[in-house]
Design a protein around this ligand. Structure first.
Ligand code: UGA
Length: 443
């Protein structure tokens, strides 16, 4: 059992902290906001994430998890400090201000500490940052690791408790050996690498999945213009064993693992920011990063594909009542960062449509554009007398909707299915004017 302080009570810091407590460690999460610390200490999650509330409650009760705003005390009383602060992109480049500030404060505490201490960077940072920026700020003799996270929002607790692999970039053998004890109970492969290899693994992983998504969206555009339904294309392509392996005689669900689902583009706090930071990093070392650049460009314009489908049906959107179902960037999260829904709503407002939107959990951001949106308390209220609907997020509640749910409420039953969650034939047969990413209604 290790005593761990985690700097940052954001999404990654908190989920990491709770799962490390569940693995038997004693964890203190350090944040700036008293109210957040209070919530956590009362067993309450400040974020919506399946399973997080109950695990926090359990760990707080077992006295393995606490939260505080007392940075120095938390670091002084732990053996390992994990940096999980934000690394946003500013002007498409990574901003390491928070990492530097936190490291300086850790260094200030550790300079008087006699017992061996390891600092580990969990935040996503460009290759070389741990060695060239974090290390020089720390007192000599402090252990240093880079331990990327592979959590998916909406599935983060499960991903944290049962990772596919754990990557530990280590400054030296002792740093890695001591740090890896926090994962003693995890039986998955543990990969020990150099610090910059670990950093590159993280970016490569996110860039690969982002590339698969943009590729699937490029194929969706080509399919649409060819008069082919992209779902039929993927249904066949996905059955290739190289994409959906057969394990114990059972094929792993296609698409789910491959990230080859066409949709309104990737969003969230990771893929958009990391692909941009990765491109800037590659360019800074003289590499063009052409694939990553195209991935970003396709993604930037992808949400607008849904508007084009709507315009094909309605021509001008001016004064039309358009329902938007879902603001979060994916289901099972209240996170709206870089959500394609925000781009879609902004464009609808620009085109002077009257937007009425719904999400089961997420809230729209402030700002003049979003003030013009009517937020509906239920799906049926959102659909009432609508001229068209764009279904942006694949929430379970939306997947359950039948053609009749749309037809009985809407003025014109025009459905744009950005996630392809409905059975096209059933909808068309029921008299819905149905189109979606990768399929254009030909009538
Ligand atoms: C992503 C990675 O999947 C995690 O491994 C990584 O740890 C995390 O970023 C991070 O860097 O912190 P996350 O952003 O939570 O996780 O969500 P994903 O489930 O990967 O989805 C990202 C976006 O891609 C969503 O907008 C989703 O709708 C979209 N997507 C995903 C598609 O459009 N098509 C697909 O086939 C799959």
């Amino acid at each position: 059992m290790k005593k761990i302080s985690i700097i940052g009570t954001g999404y990654v810091g908190l989920v990491t902290g709770v799962s490390l407590a569940a693995l038997g460690n004693s964890v203190v999460c350090v944040g700036r906001q008293e109210s957040k610390a209070k919530d956590i200490n009362h067993g309450k999650s400040p974020y919506y994430e399946p399973g997080l509330d109950s695990l926090i409650k359990d760990m707080v009760k077992k006295k393995r998890l606490t939260a505080t705003t007392d940075f120095d005390m938390a670091v002084a009383n732990s053996d390992i400090t994990i940096l999980a602060v934000g690394t946003p992109t500013i002007n498409n480049k990574i901003d390491l201000t928070a990492i530097k500030e936190a490291t300086r404060q850790i260094a200030n505490v550790l300079k008087n500490k006699k017992i061996y201490h390891v600092v580990a960077v969990k935040s996503t940072v460009v290759p070389g940052a741990t060695e060239n920026i974090v290390k020089p700020l720390l007192p000599s003799g402090v252990g240093l690791c880079m331990n990327p996270e592979f959590l998916r929002e909406g599935n983060a607790v499960e991903d944290a408790l049962h990772p596919d692999r754990i990557v530990i970039g280590q400054l030296n053998e002792k740093s890695g050996r001591v740090f890896s004890e926090i994962y003693k109970k995890n039986t998955c492969p543990k990969i020990f690498t150099s610090l910059k290899t670990a950093e590159l693994i993280k970016y490569t992983s996110n860039a690969l999945f982002a590339a698969l998504i943009s590729f699937s969206n490029e194929i969706a555009r080509i399919s649409q213009k060819t008069g082919v339904d992209v779902v039929n294309v993927w249904d066949a392509v996905h059955l290739d064993n190289r994409l959906a392996p057969v394990v114990n005689g059972k094929r792993i669900r296609p698409g789910f693992i491959s990230y080859l689902y066409s949709g309104p583009g990737f969003g969230g706090s990771c893929f958009p920011k990391d692909t941009k930071a990765f491109r800037a990093y590659a360019q800074s070392i003289g590499e063009n990063a052409q694939v990553i650049d195209s991935v970003i460009k396709i993604n930037d314009s992808q949400p607008l594909q849904t508007i084009a489908l709507l315009q094909k049906e309605l021509k001008s959107l001016k004064g039309k009542k358009i329902a938007v179902l879902g603001f979060s960037f994916k289901p099972d999260t209240d996170d709206i960062r870089e959500s394609p829904a925000l781009t879609i709503i902004s464009e609808l407002i620009r085109l002077k449509a009257h937007v009425i939107a719904h999400d089961p959990v997420a809230k729209l951001p402030d700002g003049t554009i979003f003030k013009q949106v009517t937020v509906a308390p239920s799906v049926s209220k959102a659909l009432e007398k609508a001229d068209g609907v764009i279904v942006v997020t694949s929430w379970q509640d939306y997947k359950k909707l039948t053609p009749d749910d749309f037809k009985s409420k809407m003025k014109q039953a025009i459905v744009v299915d950005a996630r392809r969650i409905y059975d096209k034939n059933t909808f068309v047969k029921a008299g819905i004017r149905y189109s979606g990413i990768g399929y254009e209604n030909e009538n």
